[in-house]
Design a protein around this ligand. Structure first.
Ligand SMILES: [Zn+2]
Ligand SMILES: [Zn+2]
Length: 296
């Protein structure tokens, strides 16, 4: 293990908010490591290679979802750091077919947050469609990466933070957001799409209100507080409300292939592995911008 990012999903696992975790479980699914042992017959990877281990740890390969290229929805999957042991550790075991070769460009710490915040953020952005005006609700690890990707694609980014969180709004602008404000504010113009990274169900009606006719709201988190009821007119006019679950290996390959051109700069706060509980507490309290990364 070289580095492991800390994701909000790790908090959900630790807090017992996700059903049927492996127990006891080693959390962590943004793993950057080097192969120091390898099974017979593994193709395309060698001892010493630097690889990334993401959330999707294993799929069955035979269910209807796997066969229709929707392995993110596999009926019998394993998820790293949730239903199989993950990366808050000095070593981890992974299914080689679900490891991404990372090459030698970029530091271990800077790459770690890309393995979930980047990859699931990427899937969310693809599912948001190719509209030019994209709102990002919850400006943490995922949004700080996806803002840069969207800007690289020539889109305008609108960043939404907790009301009054001027520091994070300034952070969003520093990453190229055209506008940043509180989640209770309306953007200066209607959005083509919005992605909700925060785990707050109250944001759903607000985001629907912020998108234009035919616009799409994507819920990117694995867990969300209850969504309040809202008037049908917020959904009417063919607005769409969808969720994103997990990732496929193709998402990872597509994203990592374009990484050299995207020029993403991740903002990270490093903690030694022994301080994992401090890292989780700081994430919970929103005490840093960007992403926390553990170093064993
Ligand atoms: Zn399957
Ligand atoms: Zn994650």
């Amino acid at each position: 293990m070289l580095a492991c990012g800390v994701c909000r999903t790790d908090l959900h696992v630790v807090d017992g908010e996700l059903p049927s975790p492996k127990s006891p479980i080693i959390p962590g699914h943004e793993i950057v490591g080097r192969i120091d042992a390898i099974g017979a017959g593994v193709e395309g990877l060698s001892l010493g290679d630097r690889v990334g281990i993401p959330w999707l740890g294993h799929t069955c390969g035979v269910c209807s979802f796997c066969r229709l290229q929707r392995e993110n929805l596999c009926d019998d999957p394993l998820f790293t750091g949730y239903t199989r042991d993950g990366g808050f550790a000095t070593a981890a075991i992974a299914d080689a077919r679900f490891a991404f070769p990372l090459g030698e460009t970029g530091s271990d710490v800077s790459l770690a947050p890309l393995l979930c915040a980047g990859l699931i953020g990427w899937r969310s952005l693809v599912i948001a469609g190719d509209g030019k005006k994209v709102g990002l609700y919850g400006f943490g690890a995922a949004a700080h990466i996806i803002a840069q990707v969207a800007k690289w694609q020539g889109r305008s980014v609108y960043g939404f933070t907790r009301p009054g969180d001027l520091a994070t709004q300034a952070f969003a602008r520093s990453l190229g957001a055209k506008w940043a404000g509180g989640s209770d504010e309306m953007p200066p113009e209607p959005l083509d799409a919005a992605i909700i990274f925060a785990t707050v169900g109250d944001l759903v009606p607000l985001a629907l209100k912020a998108v234009r006719k035919g616009g799409r709201v994507v819920c990117a988190g694995i867990h969300m507080s209850e969504i309040p009821s809202f008037p049908y007119e917020l959904l009417w006019e063919e607005r769409q409300l969808v969720s994103v679950a997990n990732l496929t290996r193709k998402d990872g390959i597509d994203f990592l292939r374009q990484l050299p051109e995207m020029g993403i700069v991740t903002s990270t706060t490093s903690y030694p592995l022994e301080q994992v509980n401090e890292a989780l507490a700081d994430l919970r309290a929103g005490r840093f911008e960007g992403a926390a990364v553990l170093i064993p």
